[in-house]
Design a protein around this ligand. Sequence first.
Ligand code: SAH
Ligand code: SF4
Length: 444
Amino acid sequence: MNVYDSARMADVLAPLGYAQVAAPEQADMIILNTCHIREKAAEKIYSELGRLRLLKRAGRLRGAAPILAVAGCVAQAEGAEMLRRAPYLDIVFGPQTYHRLPEMIARAERATASVERGAGILDTDFPAEVKFDHLPKVSSAAGSTSFLTIQEGCDKFCTFCVVPYTRGAEYSRPVAAVLEEGRRLVARGVRELTLLGQNVNAYHGAAPDGGCWDLSRLIGGLAEIDGLERIRYTTSHPRDMTPALCAAHRDCGALMPYLHLPAQSGSARILQAMNRGYGPEEYLASVERLRRARPDIALSGDFIVGFPGESDADFEATMALVRAVGYAQAYSFKYSARPGTPASQLAEQVPEALKGERLQRLQELLDEQQMAFNGAMVGRRLAVLLDRPGRQLGQLVGRSPYMQAVHLDAAADLLGEVVEVDIVAAHANSLAGRLTADLAGRAA
Ligand code: SAH
Ligand code: SF4
């Protein structure tokens, strides 16, 4: 979502004369768009800011200091504290106020700043007006695949998670706005849309007919856009995996057979302490329902090891769930205590070393599953959307329906097309392929 937000910030800034540059040294303004989900991500910002501060100081001496801003969820969570810790910052703003950037920049430019101090403008409101209603239409998207935020925020309050505090309450964009943005992106050459939301499958957007559409209906509406070949969505909550959405995986040809469905844990006790609202049996039942609807669906997930109070038996339950599902790919993290969340107050924090051991065991199992999933593709023919140039000249990279990166020799004019590819080799994180005979002449 930060990638999407950054692109939208570029849209907001374009009318002011800003364009993106390749390196911070060339910039008149530098915005760090930040993530607060785990401590490691949040801490990186201060070391990065230390480096940028030197750039700013050098610029000031030359009389052209860049505006330095921090955006995103760390800005939202730390706000004034961030300005205290990094007083040379000009602007600190949260994820719900970036439509006000022009106003913030004008104020920053007016502020007379000394060599060391920034202007110190802070905007971490959750404004009554919705930012989407005040953003210009998308104009920054380039390429054949794009994100589209349809839902934001969260009301579920899992006990480990900062999202409800940093992104705010759950909100669904109206159907008409989503369809319009989708059409606009497709007109600009986009062939694949990934619908975004912290709880994307909780989507319930106001529809033009006065009703309310859920995600399955929205996907159906988007699938009618001429030229849109692929639809994906992320991230889904197991509690909102409705029968209608499962059925969409059977009925909607554009909907890709890949789903990111975070389980977090396989232990009923830990899932309850996390306030997830489902147990391992319900999660497995969702997986079964999905596989009945779309037998080849590839599953991905998120896992947290070392949640407070997690015993060996709880962890083994997670391992058992992973074995029962068989993931194509997954993310796993050590539990990170986040300020202000209920779980951070729990007494039974798990020692770091034990978290590390568990993470390693879980990741070994997930890596094995990913390798097996990729390995099973060798000898198969897959439809690949070629979406970027490869590292070597004459190579393009694309995505299989199952989200695997596929590398192959192909002429640059095939960029943006979906082509049939014979898979010849599998690696841990990607596949190697060959254009089918009818297209072989277009291998560069
Ligand atoms: N809304 C999604 C997840 C959003 S956060 C869901 O409910 O599944 C993305 C992922 O970050 C989570 O799935 C979780 O695995 C991880 N995460 C969130 N808070 C965390 C924390 N405090 N420590 C470790 N991992 C965390
Ligand atoms: Fe965080 Fe997801 Fe839980 Fe919401 S549902 S609180 S975003 S983990």
